[in-house]
Write a protein of this length. Structure first.
Length: 284
């Protein structure tokens, strides 16, 4: 087998290995580079929006921060995971925590911008974010614990980890599922935002499928030394999925603001070169 880094490497060796081809190279760079893209989006938002006086923009900023944290954390986890067995566990504990934090950021944004009008107000909306906070803790704990039986019971470990992230994703996406597939009549505006969210869902499902099925490397064992099969594909597709969610959230923010001028009007407009700001579009 070729393409694998030397176990028990020092931190310096781990950093140097990033610039050489290995089974983790694509995983690292497909997480590290998007970090800077999302950081640019965050800084652009801070520059364009009146974030200090307009609380309506705060959920969007929280979400963008989570978009920056999770790919950077994941790139660090893949970089330094070969230092030792203990370091590998710790690195991926942080990785799982960052993924759960991203899920929470999504929930905060959805709660502010994507709930159907008929669900406002409702008990579900009141408890949506608190439950998402609880899910963040539970899913992080479950996914971290799944690493311990990994050697003796790998299937159980895989099921636990997949369940943790699948449950978190499904709960957070309930408002979108309703909006895209069930919502009809008044308060269910159909616009380009729905297509963005639908594309994101397709990519998210594909990411989960590759993670759970270990395709394509299970079809050709031992032939994915440099291109690490499903992990690399997950990183690439997951990055595209994450990229699509801020775009959809941004458009929802804009369209939502146009319907709530009296309570939380957004007076600033996005620079088209930074985002697709469509403040004059009606809908939600």
């Amino acid at each position: 087998m070729t393409g694998y880094r030397q176990p028990w490497s020092s931190a310096t060796d781990c950093v140097i290995s990033v610039f050489h081809m290995s089974n983790e190279t694509l995983n690292i760079w497909t997480h590290f580079l998007p970090t800077w893209y999302f950081l640019w989006k965050l800084l652009a938002s801070l520059w364009v929006l009146d974030v200090w006086s307009d609380s309506y923009t705060w959920p969007l900023l929280v979400f963008l921060v989570s978009c920056c944290v999770y790919p950077f954390t994941s790139s660090c986890a893949h970089t330094f995971s070969i230092m030792s067995t203990r370091a590998r566990h710790i690195c991926f504990f942080f990785d799982y925590g960052a993924l759960s934090l991203y899920s929470l950021g999504s929930a905060i944004a959805y709660s502010a911008y994507s709930f159907p009008d008929m669900w406002l107000p409702s008990v579900f909306h009141d408890w949506y974010v608190p439950i998402a906070v609880m899910n963040t803790a539970v899913c992080t704990g479950l996914s971290c614990y799944s690493r311990f039986p990994e050697t003796e019971r790998p299937q159980l470990s895989k099921v636990m980890r997949t369940t943790a992230f699948t449950y978190s994703y499904l709960f957070v996406s309930v408002p979108l599922f309703y909006r895209l597939f069930l919502c009809t009549g008044e308060g269910c505006t159909q616009n380009e935002v729905n297509l963005v969210h639908l594309k994101h869902m397709v990519l998210a499902v594909l990411t989960g499928f590759l993670f759970a099925s270990h395709l394509p490397e299970r079809l050709a064992p031992g032939r994915f030394d440099y291109i690490d099969g499903s992990p690399a594909a997950n990183a690439h597709i997951g990055g595209k999925s994450t990229w699509g969610k801020p775009e959809g959230t941004n458009q929802v923010t804009a369209t939502s603001s146009s319907m709530s001028v009296q309570s939380s009007a957004l007076t600033s407009r996005w620079n088209p070169s930074l985002w697709t700001w469509k403040g004059d579009v009606t809908g939600w």
